[in-house]
Design a protein around this ligand. Structure first.
Ligand code: GLC
Length: 436
């Protein structure tokens, strides 16, 4: 791997930290998640009815983009093709695409325009699996909807033919739509990994068109496994970051030498990626804000998913949560963008993020009395401010703190030592600027 060009292309990604994942396709109509074909073993023929019906009357990519912007998200990734094989873009290699439905529009093109117009970086997700293509293994595959179905036992699939198709589609995405910031392949499993996808060739083609695109690690792995990016000998297709799914790694992610790796946790707001009509177990904005902070404090990104419904609307629960996240971000995003882990002990009451000589103490647990600022002596500190308002936070010194000389204490209450209640019960951020 060419280190300088890697570090260069990763700059914005490591700075921006917070993105929107969008899972959308025909599966929004059955509304039972994007794996519905697999779970219910639905045939391509049965599933085709959703293709004939697809006409999301309220779809407006500008509304999605405005919401992402409001939430403070700096990049987005849309499912150009998910496992069901349905393409949201106008591919010349298939008829199974949005432009052939009653809707008749190129959703990828509209998405890219709307998000770029908001100044949001754009990514495309592309499924390596394809449950619609006749040459993708059916019977013997472990996740295909027709797995183990005797009707397909003797079917012949020309996998090379599928690979030609897949490569051609990826090339379309890399050449027909301008600059793409992220390419999110999904995913490898069983023996379907690495060169099975003709990955070296694929990556060389992608890089020839999109030299700076940031690519995930799933040509080798899935949410499980880090891949060769974590070793001393990464392959050409190791990807640029690790992609933990539905988990935030306990201590960030390190390579085999113990050096920090770039990673991005992708998580759902409820428990499905694609729209699901009964799944109302949405995480609160409080939880998500704290999880975003957790990712950054461990040197990672958060890619937070929304699953628009069959009309093209982001569920109102998600929209409400995103707005609440946005209100917090409006005041506190300095503690997220450009920040990373602080190399300090994790405080009892929360977490720390860091940007250069600024340390952001995120307080999520109420304290009794003054707040210990970890890691610094008084003489090292230039100033301490409440990030949300810019107000000075005074140092608290007196008989209460005397027994703990290893810490600098601060208070934001009306008087010395008073710190209850937290100004922001979700996450109060104290910005400590250290002398350089
Ligand atoms: C999984 C699932 C998929 C989802 C993805 C997001 O690999 O197969 O439905 O798109 O994770 O990370």
């Amino acid at each position: 791997m060419d280190k300088p060009s890697y570090q260069n292309r990763m700059k914005w990604f490591l700075h921006d930290r917070f993105g929107m994942f969008i899972h959308w396709g025909l599966y929004a109509i059955p509304a039972r998640g994007e794996w519905v074909r697999n779970a219910e073993r639905i045939t391509s023929e049965e599933y085709y009815k959703y293709f004939e019906e697809f006409n999301p009357k309220s779809f407006d990519a500008r509304k999605w983009a405005a919401l992402a912007k409001k939430a403070g998200m700096k990049y987005a990734v849309l499912t150009a093709k998910h496992h069901d094989g349905f393409c949201l873009f106008d591919s010349r290699y298939t008829d199974f695409k949005a432009t052939n439905t009653p809707f008749g529009r190129d959703i990828v093109a509209e998405y890219l325009k709307a998000f770029r117009d908001e100044g949001i970086k754009v990514g495309l997700y592309y499924s390596l699996l394809d449950w619609y293509h006749p040459d993708y293994p059916h019977y013997s595959d472990s996740v295909h909807p027709m797995r183990g179905n005797p009707e397909y036992k003797d079917a012949v699939h020309n996998f090379d033919n599928y690979l030609d198709y897949m490569h051609s589609q990826v090339e379309e995405l890399c050449t027909n739509y301008g600059k793409i910031d992220v390419l999110w392949f999904d995913y490898s499993y069983d023996d379907m990994r690495g060169e099975k996808w003709r990955s070296t060739k694929l990556i060389n083609m992608v890089r020839s068109h999109q030299p700076d695109v940031i690519i995930d690690n799933r040509l080798e792995v899935s949410g499980e496994g880090f891949g060769s990016i974590a070793t001393d000998n990464p392959t050409a297709y190791s990807g640029d970051f690790v992609s933990p799914e539905q988990i935030i790694p306990p201590k960030g992610i390190l390579n085999e030498r113990g050096e920090p790796l770039a990673w991005e946790s992708c998580i759902t707001m409820n428990n499905h990626w694609g729209y699901h009509r009964y799944d109302k177990d949405f995480k609160s904005s409080k939880v998500i804000i704290r999880k975003l902070v957790e990712c950054v404090s461990k040197g990672g990104n958060l890619l937070l998913n929304v699953g628009p419904d069959a009309n093209g609307v982001i569920p109102e629960e998600s929209a409400g949560i995103l707005c609440e996240i946005g209100s917090w971000m409006e005041k506190n995003s300095d503690s997220i963008y450009g920040c990373t882990h602080a190399d300090l002990e994790k405080p009892e009451y929360g977490r720390i993020t860091r940007k250069g000589n600024k340390y952001y103490f995120h307080i999520t647990e109420e304290l009794i009395g003054p707040i210990p600022i970890y890691g610094f002596r008084k003489e090292q500190i230039e100033k301490i401010r409440l990030l949300a308002t810019g107000a000075e936070i005074p140092i608290a010194e007196g008989w209460v703190t005397k027994n703990y000389p290893d810490y600098v204490f601060v208070h934001y209450g009306p008087e010395q030592f008073f710190t209850y209640p937290l100004p922001d019960p979700v996450d109060t951020v104290i910005e400590v600027t250290v002398k350089q």
